[in-house]
Design a protein around this ligand. Structure first.
Ligand code: NAI
Ligand code: MG
Length: 338
């Protein structure tokens, strides 16, 4: 059996609970992963380390792959988001978030199948905020042609490889004519090389309405950083909440897989978090490693367990614990001789 070194960052809040579940399920999926466990964020700080320890970055660069639980970011003051720094330090420029209805979940629509591609390195997320005087703050929104072209090509290439019919560039270029304007025109130029993919664009507020009325109006959303963040959670809401939506942060030769959701302090420590999102992020990781069959096995087990309607965590209307849910997946592997 081939084996892989993968970094595991359990994270904060529900992070360790869903990370344990994901690890057990991936370990049962028929491949050999040597997990290298690292703390980051608050847990690292509590142990007297930096919130983003340099040795963690080094090992992720070496192994090329990590599975990460959510990391808490203090609101208003305190340390800079470790998630944002991790993406920046490792050059993880593309954030890929497939949003799909799972059977037997609280999805508001029966057949959502949407992909959010989010620019991961710039926009307002550079967090350059300056007090101009005692009463005024300005924040820089940086948009470069290079990063815009890179993410547009990523989205178009993804669409081509996965048979997506159209891509919608999300913007507010009626107001932000220069910054969102550059993002939009760069995407449109890149799309000229992909004539088989329909290129659409939509102003972000109108797009929100489209998604709520009929998520099938769009196929793949190409988003600047902040709109992509917001639309990911909106899209997660369409399929019954954040508990089932995975994501990948991808760069050149390096990738960090995580759930779209955060550390969910409101339910942390109770053993009832839905591990599906991180488990499906784990399936994306397996596919990234070239283990297509194992990835498909994990996804099939998730679908099959939800389809029985017998077991789900409270966010999806059930009463299962995190552990009971992951054990149901492992039982599915056993019963189907996977
Ligand atoms: P959140 O995503 O943690 O929670 C929002 C709501 O969804 C809560 O009601 C929560 O209980 C529910 N939820 C989330 N994941 C769930 C799961 N797996 N199963 C069941 N219910 C789930 O968002 P919130 O509360 O705004 O953020 C909490 C912290 O997480 C903040 O410090 C934030 O900065 C951080 N965060 C970290 C992310 C990351 O590590 N990539 C992403 C988003 C937020
Ligand atoms: Mg978010």
């Amino acid at each position: 059996m081939k084996s892989y070194d993968v970094v595991l960052i359990p994270g904060d809040g529900i992070g360790p609970e869903v990370a344990d579940a994901a690890r057990e399920v991936l370990d049962a999926a028929g491949i050999n992963i040597r997990w290298q466990v690292f703390d980051a964020g608050i847990r690292a700080q509590e142990k007297g380390k930096e919130t983003l320890p340099p040795e963690l970055l080094e090992v992720v660069r070496e192994t090329g792959a990590a599975l990460k639980g959510p990391l808490t970011t203090p609101v208003g003051s305190g340390f800079t988001s470790v998630n944002v720094r991790l993406r920046r330090e490792l050059g993880l420029y593309a954030n890929l978030r497939p949003v799909k209805t799972l059977p037997g979940t609280r999805s508001l629509y029966p057949d959502v199948d949407l992909v959010v591609v989010r620019e991961n390195t710039e926009g307002l997320y550079i967090a350059e905020e300056t007090w101009e005087d005692n009463n005024t703050v300005s924040a820089v929104k940086r948009v470069t042609r290079e990063a815009s072209a890179r993410i547009a090509r990523f989205a178009l290439e993804y669409a081509r490889q996965h048979g997506r019919q159209s891509i919608t560039t999300v913007h507010k270029a009626n107001i932000l004519k220069e910054s969102d304007g550059l993002f939009l025109t760069t995407a449109r130029d890149a799309a000229a090389d992909y004539p088989e993919i329909t290129f659409k664009d939509r102003i972000v507020d109108a797009l929100c309405m489209d998604l709520v009325l009929d998520p099938g109006t769009h196929d793949l959303l190409l988003c600047p950083n902040l709109y992509g963040d917001i639309l990911s959670d909106l899209a997660a809401g369409l399929v019954g909440g954040l508990g089932t939506v995975p994501g990948a942060n991808l760069g050149e030769g390096c990738a960090v897989f995580e759930a779209v959701h955060g550390s969910a302090p409101d339910i942390a420590g109770r053993g009832i978090a839905n591990p599906t999102a991180l488990i499906l992020a784990g399936a994306m990781l397996l596919r990234y490693l070239g283990e297509e069959e194992a990835a498909a096995r994990v996804e099939k087990a998730v679908h099959a367990v939800y389809a029985t309607g017998e077991i789900s965590t409270p966010d999806q209307g059930g009463s299962a614990t995190t552990d009971q849910f992951s054990r149901a997946l492992i039982r599915f592997f056993d019963e189907n001789h996977f």
